[in-house]
Design a protein. Sequence first.
Length: 90
Amino acid sequence: MNAEQFRAALDVLGLKQTGSRGADKFLGVGPVTIRRWAMDSAQTNAGEIPESVAMLLTLMIAKRIKPARMRQMLDGLDALLAQEARQDSA
């Protein structure tokens, strides 16, 4: 994922780069990191955006999962894991 794709992904997901509901808070990184990932320059390359971030954003767009829903899913992770464990043991 390059800087242009990163900015477009944030736009599609309705995330600003920084702020109370910004990509920095959502991804758990600082605002400087987000600005660096979003910056177009010869010094910025796709390798600076972690593959895990690119995969998360791509998955969220492909499955139309908004950030608030992803947070809900994470908040319910323990329940999801327990449910999966029950299904595996059945």
